[in-house]
Design a protein. Structure first.
Length: 461
């Protein structure tokens, strides 16, 4: 007799093996890294912007699964929508019909960007970018894509071609024809466009790595330059979209900007079912899908599945009904302004920047001799270690989950669920203040951990 599958029993029996299972069967460096920095926690449950461990301790999530959990974890409206769609027993993914949910989600999503006309659904942010790159190259008849230095657009082969971090690209060449231009440098953009082979520029309105915002006026001027040279503007809103920066899309902070293609994902999933979307102008889709012979020229096996579409519709409903974008703007401004007040108090704190609930906290070389010598020791071993030194006590002592914003960067990026309130924001600032006070007063535990990180960095060379 076949034993019935019991998920709860399986987790109860084998859940304690989680780190050993990853070490044996998955990316073996992940558990190693987590053990090294003291992030090897066991979280028992989660709700909204909080986790709880087995002892009932509460943790504040300021990472949101790298911005996936825009509504936090287990939002009741999204949960109900998924229960409902499963209970409906729909004839899903037949491939030879036109189910209603993809059309309804596309209609709703496009209403937030009325200059765009059509939507393609895939399964992730990197798929959304891959779609945009393919569509731009086919629609323009050109091959080369421009991207900005320090950009991150994904890790599959096409999106890796427009990744501004050499560490991700190393060893995976050859990639697509591409050229990096500095974010905000219109002269560099114009020089490349004059060569006549550029299909598009892809840009994050606020870069995830380091949290660098496009300078005022740049996106509009870049759009005009691109169109003058018959090239396209692609806005990568995978992380910045759906309210993250205090507007539905980050490009909407600049009047007149109307990208030809827009990529979204992450928060659209509700944290449950992977989904990505590429929104674009009608003429681009008309070129790509130019005849019935080309009806499947670009598709995704699980794209437009009913669970993902239901989750997306529920997410957009919650965003409207609970005024999520306005909350992100208001709480983000409070968080940023309170943090900015600390810049003049602590010499290790160099800058606070960002929009909405996408905030970068940058550390820099201190003035005083004692702190400067310690800073220099860390920098000599590996840039980014001080930021990691801040992240660890935030978790260990204050039960707040954060992370550095990129490899070799002294920047912590705050991308919490968009539902956090002022109490959550104040909890973070108070904890961060204590950590900075400890660092400036020579707190032994923190700097001792820094020595541990130095030894690990040297060992990994």
């Amino acid at each position: 007799m076949t034993k019935e599958f019991d998920l709860a029993a399986l987790l109860a029996e084998r859940g304690a093996e989680r780190y050993e299972l990853h070490a044996r069967h998955l990316n073996h460096q992940l558990p190693r890294m987590l053990h090294t920095i003291g992030f090897d926690k066991v979280y028992e449950r989660a709700e909204g912007a909080h986790f709880w461990d087995a002892d009932g301790n509460d943790y504040l999530d300021m990472l949101a699964g790298f911005a996936v959990m825009g509504l936090g974890r287990h939002h009741p409206v999204v949960r109900k929508a998924l229960h409902d769609v499963l209970d409906a027993s729909l004839a899903d993914l037949t491939r030879f019909d036109c189910p209603p949910l993809p059309g309804l989600l596309a209609e709703k999503l496009l209403s937030y960007s009325p200059h765009l006309d059509r939507c393609f659904f895939g399964n992730s942010g990197t798929e959304a970018v891959e779609t945009a790159l393919k569509f731009a190259r086919y629609a323009t008849g050109r091959q080369r894509i421009l991207y900005c230095t320090h950009a991150f657009h994904g890790l599959t082969a096409g999106s890796l071609s427009v990744n501004g971090e050499d560490g991700f690209r190393k060893g995976f060449a050859p990639l697509l024809p591409d050229t990096a231009v500095p974010l905000g440098d219109l002269d560099a953009l114009a020089r490349e466009l004059r060569k006549g082979d550029v299909a598009a520029l892809i840009v994050e309105p606020v870069q995830g790595k380091g949290v660098h915002e496009a300078p005022p006026g740049y996106l509009l001027a870049a759009q005009e330059l691109l169109h003058r040279h018959k090239a396209l503007l692609i806005a990568d809103e995978v992380q910045t979209g759906l309210g993250r920066t205090g507007k539905f899309y980050a490009y909407q902070h600049e009047d007149g900007v109307e990208p030809d293609l827009v990529c979204v994902a992450k928060a659209l999933s509700g944290g449950y079912v992977p989904v990505g979307a590429t929104l674009g102008k009608d003429w681009i889709f008309q070129k790509v899908y130019s005849s019935m012979d080309r009806v499947q020229v670009h598709s995704a096996s699980f794209g437009s599945n009913a669970q993902a579409m239901a989750a997306g519709l529920a997410v957009l409903s919650v965003m409207e009904n609970e005024e999520i974008v306005a909350n992100a703007a208001a709480v983000g401004e409070r968080l940023k302004s309170r943090l900015a007040e600390l810049v003049h108090r602590y010499e290790l704190l160099a800058d606070v920047r960002g929009r909405g609930l996408m905030i970068g906290i940058e550390f820099g070389r201190p003035r005083s001799l004692k702190l400067r010598s310690r800073w220099t020791m860390l920098q000599a071993a590996r840039k980014g270690l001080f930021a990691q030194m801040v992240v660890v006590p935030l978790l260990q002592r204050h039960r707040i989950l954060t992370q550095v914003s990129g490899d070799h960067l002294e920047v912590i990026k705050l991308i919490p669920p968009l539902i956090i309130d002022t109490d959550d924001a104040d909890r973070f600032v108070d904890a961060f203040t204590e950590v900075m006070e400890d660092a400036h007063n020579g707190g032994g535990l923190m700097w001792d951990f820094g020595k541990t990180l130095v030894k690990q960095a040297v060992a990994n060379r």
